[in-house]
Write a protein that binds this ligand. Structure first.
Ligand code: C2E
Ligand code: CA
Ligand code: CA
Length: 562
């Protein structure tokens, strides 16, 4: 059975000519039926001639005033030749059918005018719903409709769709308010209009995003338009008497015969734009691999969420050795994800994605809780890794404060490791957070030192407690005299700043000896132990303390698979 919705859809899809033909047939049938009823019920003297008003009103609904007047005349004319009384064949007087004609014209005319008003109000509101009232540009509904029409039209030419995002609009919104940001969007919209110069239509898709639709495009055309758009963005603008320059970032895509609908094309353009943003580029063209990557990332994030709810995460601990006396002086907590089949997944496979989402908050909470539970029982305390996002999140500091008092652990037993690049991403707010963390009594070390670009000027003024030298500087210590000199300088610099210096990734006895000679304070690496689950780590600490540490003879567990 055909459902009403699909009947409606089929009706909408009928061509305009077919619709008219169908309507005219319905009207003709109604007129004929009406005429027959009037005739067989006795003639025009009886009540039934008013049945003929039905097709008149219907014609008014479909064809407004013109339809009403034409149909009123037509049905009056038809009835004019019918006898007053069919049985006696008594004919109507002209006054008789003229009055009826007048009545039909008046009633039909009034209905026609009313329907006309209704239609124009509907058209007006339909038009308004396709316009973004704040910028005056066509909105996403208009875009979806134009795209659908373009994709249906079988011209064989590809549609080009470009999304242009104004990246700094949030700052403007915060400083000057919503009116200023709308003014900026309108100004950019006008500028884009000049750039595309009639070749494309501009839409406001949402707050900071504009869309450019080119009806026939290829990659070359799109790349050229993209360049023009970006250079247009670089010109100065004046918004509410303030000169400014908008930061634009854009992504674009081309329709293919396989493009299913408008939404797919919009999605592709936005995926390309986000890819440009991820790669810190201003422009990117869509390639199908992007979609696959996004899908994988979404899938991964949903699995991490599920893993958190099902306690699949573990914190493992890797010891830090004090090089002065070969004792265990602390450990670093490193997250692991245990799969249902028991296999461990290492953070390199999921943390980069997690760090880009709000999921980092519960993940870091889990890590902090685990670390604090351990901090009182293991030698020297525990260090945890925190992301740039954590660092800039005020709630993170509050969470630290709450968990420390909840676990009743001295704050000095906890240390936070922040990578150099995370700190440099926003040095101003990052420095403020570091001060707040230090005020809690928690240590702060710069992780992977030497791989980012930190300014010594900043480091000098930050209340840091330690510096962790990245393992790339340790790797070549035995074979390269320059590597040794460089590491020596870095250790001296750390000491000059009053920091405890830890070398990461120590794998050989030779590297260990050189680090001792260079005066490094602490070392961490597979030479001593990989990161271990809590029970194993406690046993390892016991064994290590009771071993002949002067010879560092402990076997290195090498069963680790990264
Ligand atoms: P990281 O903080 O630099 O941690 C050191 C990484 O080097 C760890 O890898 C560790 O297992 C590995 N490693 C230790 N000794 C050696 C060695 O002698 N040789 C070699 N080749 N590698 C060694 P892992 O556990 O896979 O962690 C990788 C990165 O993931 C960490 O680098 C850290 O940036 C991040 N990470 C780990 N746990 C967390 C966490 O809880 N939160 C956050 N935000 N990031 C984490
Ligand atoms: Ca670390
Ligand atoms: Ca590191």
């Amino acid at each position: 059975m055909t459902r009403p919705a699909s009947i409606h859809k089929q009706w909408l899809e009928l061509s305009a000519t077919a619709q008219h033909a169908l309507r005219l047939t319905v009207l003709a049938v109604l007129v004929a039926v009406g005429w027959l009823i009037v005739y067989f019920t006795g003639g025009t003297a009886y009540a039934y001639p008013y049945l003929m008003l039905i097709p008149v009103i219907l014609a008014a609904a479909w064809y407004q005033l013109a339809g009403a007047l034409v149909s009123a005349c037509a049905v009056s004319l038809l009835l004019a030749f019918m006898p007053l009384d069919v049985a006696t064949s008594e004919l109507q007087t002209p006054a008789n059918w003229l009055v009826r004609l007048g009545l039909y014209l008046v009633l039909g005319g009034v209905a026609g005018v009313m329907f006309q008003r209704l239609h124009s109000a509907k058209r007006h509101s339909l038009h308004a719903s396709y316009i973004d009232s704040r910028s005056g540009l066509p909105n996403y509904l208009a875009l979806e409709e134009d795209l659908s029409k373009g994709l249906e039209g079988n011209s064989g030419q590809a549609l080009g769709l470009m999304v242009v995002r104004i990246t700094d609009i949030v700052d403007l919104l915060e400083t000057l308010g919503a009116d200023a940001s709308d003014e900026l969007v309108s100004a950019i919209g006008q500028r884009l209009g000049r750039v595309v110069n009639g070749r494309a239509r501009i839409y406001r898709f949402n707050g900071p995003e504009l869309m450019v639709l080119l009806n026939s495009a290829d990659h070359e055309v799109l790349a050229k338009v993209a360049q023009d758009v970006l250079s247009a963005g670089e010109e100065n603008l004046v918004i509410q008497q303030m000169p400014m320059r908008a930061q634009l970032i854009l992504g674009y895509t081309l329709s293919t015969p396989g493009t299913q609908n408008a939404r797919q094309l919009i999605h592709e353009a936005r995926v390309a734009m986000f890819e440009a943003s991820n790669q810190q580029r201003s422009c990117s063209a869509y390639v199908p691999a992007y979609r696959k990557r996004t899908m994988q990332a979404i899938w991964l994030i949903s699995r991490v969420r599920h893993g958190l709810e099902n306690n699949q995460f573990e914190l493992h601990f890797q010891p830090k050795i004090s090089l002065a006396d070969n004792s265990v002086c602390g450990c670093e907590g490193l997250i692991r994800w245990r799969q249902e089949d028991g296999q461990l997944i290492y953070p390199g496979h999921f943390m980069p994605k997690v760090e880009k989402t709000t999921l980092i908050t519960p993940v870091t909470r889990f890590v902090t809780e685990q670390a604090l539970t351990m901090a009182a029982h293991v030698p020297g305390g525990v260090s945890i890794n925190v992301s740039a996002r954590n660092l800039l999140d005020n709630d993170f500091i509050e969470m630290l404060r709450a968990l420390i008092s909840q676990e009743a652990v001295p704050a000095s037993r906890l240390e936070v490791e922040i990578t150099e690049s995370a700190l440099m991403a926003d040095i101003k707010d990052g420095s403020r957070s570091i001060r707040a963390i230090r005020d809690l009594g928690v240590g702060v070390s710069i992780d992977d030192f030497g791989t980012g670009f930190s300014s010594f000027q900043y480091l000098r003024h930050l209340p840091l407690s330690g510096l962790k030298l990245d393992r790339v500087f340790v790797m070549d210590l035995e074979s390269d005299v320059h590597a040794r000199k460089l590491l020596g300088c870095m250790i001296d610099m750390g000491h000059a700043l009053g920091l405890v210096v830890t070398a990461e990734g120590v794998e050989t006895r030779g590297q260990h000896d050189i680090l001792v000679q260079l005066g490094c304070d602490q070392a961490q690496g597979f030479l001593y132990s990989p990161a271990l689950p809590i029970g194993d780590y406690e046993r390892w600490c016991d064994d290590f303390m009771h071993s002949d540490r002067s010879a560092l003879s402990l076997a290195v567990e090498s069963g680790r698979t990264l």
